[in-house]
Design a protein around this ligand. Structure first.
Ligand code: ADP
Ligand code: SF4
Length: 685
């Protein structure tokens, strides 16, 4: 299918200094939990994006010296020539598809506790390192600054040797020295690197100019800069110094990559910001420089992209998350296949697993992180190995993805769903406050399945074992999900809690089913992800007095991983939800809910007519066991929450895996591993 001519503008080349990007799609640097720890996985993941049409494919941040050591985080590293080969592998993967490879060398300043290197951290001024480690960074003297400039330059030269086409000088997210030096709250220096704005940007200017002098004839040099920190006068503001800095350095780099800091402001989830939320902050930049400008905003709509270019907001469409959810987004626009785009839902599960130092995963794209180790391609899947049929029971994220992927393999697929709706938990949860974008998990799959003649869908079909067997399918996947439990069992409680077996006790499933809940209500969150906060918000919006009790010291504590915890807590407080942290549940009775301090054991009573339990879930797996025990000829599997209650991302992955593995015998360790190489010069001391 040919693309509509209005999208042609997105496929115009853009010059970045001496190199030319083939179109306007720019995958900005993003962490991925692979980096130097899983370098083949990282390189293959980047290569797939190049194949998907991104004209520029960037690394994650690459730390450049032992004084910038953030061991524990799984990022890139370029300390010496030893690090060149793995980065060269990424460049090769990117070049294979005609894209440009960009590197982001970084000195983390006070973000680097130097746990591995044991060096004293360096910073603009004396200051504790980020977090709560008992470590301080010391103020850099003139020699330190000269050293830093040399390390940066050495990294740039090594990047060229590795094969990179573009180097990005990094002053965004507060993660790099050059950016940290700009901020008066950090920079207390009295020399030519402190005081006036000109002095505070000296380091940034120097590293850009030095990179241009060294490699500017063959490599593009990008400035990546956060024009605002969303913290008012205490930080960078786009109408003040943010603008002045771009004015002062306007023509120095070959391209400006602009955003807002810190990372949680740049990568806001869909619950807290819409597509394009950064535009008010960055749209001035193009008026100030003649150099091309790239910016991000979780853009997935090609019409929006066209208008951004036409209206002079940016020259290239920057993306991290949309390129993760759909590495083939540019190709699909180029080929006129807009409805095939798998749109990012803005959940930040990708960020979460990067934080957990594990290969990133994605709710929408189950192949993310599996490109090399499992050989999973986001757009290609092996054809079926036999003329067989598949029955999938339950059309939540696991069942929908299983049906889609098995259908793509060419199997005859039947998808049976008990309710009148497709989407399972995704359909139900996307009706809760702030989660509407999650419905994209259903929408993408339902549309794709509708195009397939070999996938048949039955709604209103609650199957029991005998009926399921009547289909005569060769394979049955039970994807019947899980239900929240009422009895309080979970992380903090493994014995019955008095009062939970009576009336007035509810679960999130009851809320989603529209149960009548009377206030005041206590939401007990022993789950720590989004559900506790979201149902509290929903009940508050329904006009009830709500108290959220949680054993942890903050609400929704796992959401630190998705960069949302502080926003959830602030939102609940602003809505008037009472928060009781560090308390477990001791009982529920006519007087209300008895809670117990997790430290002192002291009890108190919170007035409540109803109790909403957000603790853990029980798989709905009786059908699976009925089928297994019936001993029919079909191979029976369980997938998704029915197999193990977890994230939506896990359910989609399980559905995909089921379909990939049909007709195969997976190894006991079902993927390739990257084993640390033993040093050849090992000797005992
Ligand atoms: P997952 O996250 O694993 O995909 P969900 O809970 O989202 O699980 O979806 C499970 C789906 O299975 C729900 O839509 C539910 O209506 C459906 N379901 C449960 N039991 C049956 C059954 N016996 N027959 C058909 N559908 C079922
Ligand atoms: Fe988008 Fe969520 Fe995938 Fe991240 S994990 S790319 S936020 S859909």
């Amino acid at each position: 299918m040919a693309r509509a001519p209005r999208y042609d503008i997105l496929f115009e080349p853009v010059k970045i200094g001496p190199v030319t990007a083939k179109n306007r799609f720019f995958q900005v640097p993003h962490c991925n939990g692979m980096g130097r720890t899983f370098p083949s996985s990282m390189a293959a993941m980047r290569g797939v994006k190049a194949e998907g049409g991104w004209a520029v494919v960037s690394t994650e941040q690459i730390d450049i010296h032992p004084t910038s050591d953030i061991t524990g985080a799984t990022e890139g590293r370029l300390w010496s020539d030893q690090d060149i080969p793995y980065l060269a592998r990424m460049c090769d993967a990117v070049h294979e598809h005609g894209a440009l490879a960009l590197i982001e060398p970084t000195h983390n300043g006070k973000f680097a506790p130097n746990n591995y290197s044991r060096e004293v951290p360096l910073f603009a001024s004396h200051m504790p390192v980020v977090g709560n480690a008992p470590v301080q960074a010391r103020a850099m003297d003139k020699q330190d600054i000269r050293d830093y400039r040399r390390w940066h330059l050495n990294a740039v030269k090594r990047a060229k040797k590795a094969g990179f086409d573009i180097v990005c000088c990094y002053a965004a997210h507060n993660l790099s020295l050059a950016g940290q030096f700009m901020l008066p709250r950090y920079n207390k220096r009295a020399d030519e690197y402190g005081g006036s704005l000109e002095n505070r940007i000296r380091l940034f200017r120097e590293i850009i100019e030095e990179a241009k002098d060294a490699v500017g004839d063959t490599m593009g040099v990008v400035a990546r800069f956060a024009v605002d920190e969303l913290r008012g006068a205490e930080g960078m503001e786009f109408e003040k110094e943010g603008r002045e800095i771009i004015e002062m350095l306007a023509e120095v780099p070959d391209l400006w990559d602009v955003n807002v800091a810190e990372w949680e402001n740049d990568s806001v989830t869909s619950r807290f910001a819409d597509e394009g939320f950064q535009e008010p902050f960055i749209s001035f930049v193009k008026q100030v420089t003649t150099k091309p400008v790239v910016a991000v905003g979780r853009y997935t709509s090609p019409d929006r992209m066209v208008s951004l270019i036409k209206n002079g907001v940016m020259d290239m469409i920057g993306a991290a998350r949309p390129s993760i959810a759909d590495p083939f987004l540019p190709k699909k626009i180029e080929e006129g296949r807009i409805e095939d785009i798998r749109e990012c839902i803005g959940c930040n599960i990708c960020v979460g697993w990067d934080h957990l130092q594990s290969p990133m995963r994605c709710t929408q794209n189950p192949t993310k992180g599996e490109e090399w180790r499992k050989g999973w391609h986001p757009e290609r899947i092996a054809p079926k190995t036999a003329d067989e049929s598949v029955l999938i029971i339950g059309a939540g994220p696991a069942g929908l993805e299983a049906a889609l992927a098995a259908g793509r393999r060419g199997y005859d697929v039947t998808l049976a769903e008990a309710s009148e709706d497709l989407g399972g938990r995704v359909a139900r949860e996307s009706r809760l406050p702030g989660l509407s974008a999650w419905g994209r998990v259903r929408d993408y799959r339902v549309y794709q399945i509708q195009q397939m003649a070999n996938v048949e869908v039955f709604l209103g079909s609650r199957l029991e074992a005998a009926q399921a067997m009547e289909f005569g399918a060769d394979h049955i996947a039970v994807a019947t999900g899980a239900r929240w439990r009422k009895d309080g069992y979970g992380r903090s409680h493994q014995f019955p809690i008095p009062g939970l077996d009576g009336a007035g006790v509810f679960t999130p499933d009851d809320v989603m089913d529209g149960a009548a809940i009377s206030g005041p209500v206590v939401v007990y969150d022993d789950d720590y992800y989004y559900m506790g906060g979201v149902v509290a918000e929903k009940l508050r919006a329904d006009g009830l007095d709500v108290t959220l009790v949680t054993p942890d010291s903050v609400v929704s504590s796992w959401m630190h991983q998705t960069l949302e915890q502080h926003r959830v807590q602030a939102q609940l407080m602003s809505l008037g939800v009472e928060l009781v942290t560090s308390h477990t549940l001791a009982g529920f009775g006519p007087d209300g809910v008895t809670v117990q301090c997790a430290y002192s054991g002291k009890e108190k009573v919170v007035s409540a007519a109803s109790m909403l339990m957000v603790t853990s879930r029980v798989p709905v797996d009786s059908l699976y066991y009925d089928l297994v025990n019936a001993g029919g000829s079909a191979a029976v599997s369980r997938i998704g929450d029915c197999h193990g209650p977890a994230t939506i991302a896990a359910a989609v992955y399980e559905g995909h895996r089921f379909a990939r593995e049909l007709g195969t015998t997976p190894d006991e360790i079902p993927y390739r591993r990257e084993i640390t190489e033993l040093s050849s010069d090992f000797a005992l001391p």
